[in-house]
Design a protein around this ligand. Structure first.
Ligand SMILES: NC(=O)c1ccc[n+]([C@@H]2O[C@H](COP(=O)([O-])OP(=O)(O)OC[C@H]3O[C@@H](n4cnc5c(N)ncnc54)[C@H](OP(=O)(O)O)[C@@H]3O)[C@@H](O)[C@H]2O)c1
Length: 330
């Protein structure tokens, strides 16, 4: 038996319970992992509360798609991985099928990446999803080049910080947007060229001023909702506004007509476009691993919680006071 986080109804953080569950043996294409650390992801709070892009199909339900640990058992047909190997798990599966919030868990082998030497379990759980998400939108889909301007909203989120690091690595200029002044200095220290405080400043006006009136080639927005119209005003001609999250929880307008039908690309995006495509995933993994080797990429860990405090970890996530990744250790 292994301690596993499950929930029997949708709701707030308190619906999660730590239960003894038999993890079972890995089936074809699967491995069983001893989980050492788990990256907590906003999508999990949405899934748990019934507001995710995919509904809960059955109860009790599990959670978790980012983890680091060691392979305990390898199922039939798995090649390239072996017992005792240190790995990270990246999100390429449904929470309805697998859950990493546990001391031991079954994972599809297709979700594994080897953990590079020198990357400990906490970092191994924290780095992959944010950098894969940023790389996919910026490089694979967006084709970002040196000299481009990239505006990153919800900049202090783990994905936002990875986007700032990735833009810098590509020679682009990251402009961070954050709600309050509280995280400004730390965003500068993480590489933001400029910080715009959305509660106090005219966001589009600042972006246009910083780009000489041209606008930004890319805007990456994890908030969505009514603020999209403001962000769209600051996109350069033929630039792209990526919607990669929906923190606002409010309906999102299509701003093109209100803005006079500019040459605006508006695109939703998830990291599954990368992690479920083996060729893109291979390139993405190489990009992230090389960034970790050179030190251009690193885990920005906000706070650690033990597995038995998973409810507090989710409450902390929903407080929106974090800076970077919340990690749970087993
Ligand atoms: N598309 C994908 O594949 C993908 C993958 C992973 C994550 N995501 C999305 O990326 C976003 C960040 O996820 P995460 O897990 O890295 O971090 P997170 O912990 O969910 O990010 C929290 C931060 O978002 C900002 N925020 C929260 N609520 C907001 C609101 N109502 N209005 C404006 N800003 C708000 C705050 O940043 P400030 O204090 O700096 O304003 C807060 O610190 C989430 O929306 C998540 O769903 C998408």
């Amino acid at each position: 038996m292994t301690r596993t986080v499950r929930f029997h109804e949708v709701g707030g953080p308190e619906v999660m319970r730590l239960e003894d569950v038999e993890p079972g043996e890995p089936g074809p294409g699967e491995v069983r992992i001893r989980v050492d650390a788990i990256g907590v992801n906003r999508a999990e709070a949405l899934f748990r509360s019934g507001r995710y892009i995919e509904p809960v199909k059955r109860f009790p339900a599990g959670l978790g798609s980012e983890a680091a640990g060691v392979i305990e058992a390898v199922g039939p047909g798995v090649t390239g991985f072996e017992e005792g190997q240190a790995v990270s798990v990246v999100p390429n599966f449904s929470y309805n099928d697998y859950g990493m919030y546990a001391e031991r868990a079954i994972a599809p082998a297709s979700s594994l990446v080897p953990r590079p030497d020198g990357v400990d379990a906490v970092s191994g759980a924290a780095v992959w999803m944010p950098y894969l998400t940023a790389y996919g939108a910026m490089v694979e889909v967006g084709g970002m080049r040196a000299g481009d301007v990239a505006v990153v909203n919800a900049a202090s989120s783990s994905v936002g910080l990875a986007a700032i690091h990735t833009a810098n690595r590509l020679g682009a200029t990251p402009i961070a947007v954050t709600r309050t002044d509280a995280k400004r200095q730390r965003l500068i220290e993480e590489g933001a060229a400029e910080v715009i405080v959305s509660d106090e400043e005219d966001v589009a006006g600042r972006i246009l001023a910083l780009t000489g009136g041209r606008g930004a080639e890319y805007v990456f927005d994890a908030v969505a909702g009514p603020g999209v119209t403001e962000l769209a005003r600051a996109v350069a001609a033929d630039g792209t506004l990526f919607l990669w999250g929906a923190q606002s929880g409010q309906p999102t307008p299509y701003p093109g007509f209100d803005l006079g039908m500019p040459a605006l690309n508006l695109r939703t995006y998830t990291v599954h476009e990368i992690t479920r495509d083996p060729r893109r995933m291979c390139r993405a993994a190489a990009f992230v691993a090389s960034g970790l080797r050179t030190g251009a990429f690193r885990a920005v860990v906000d706070r650690l919680f033990p597995l038995e405090e998973i409810v507090q970890a989710h409450r902390h996530m929903e407080s929106n006071t974090q800076f970077g990744k919340i990690v749970v250790t087993t």
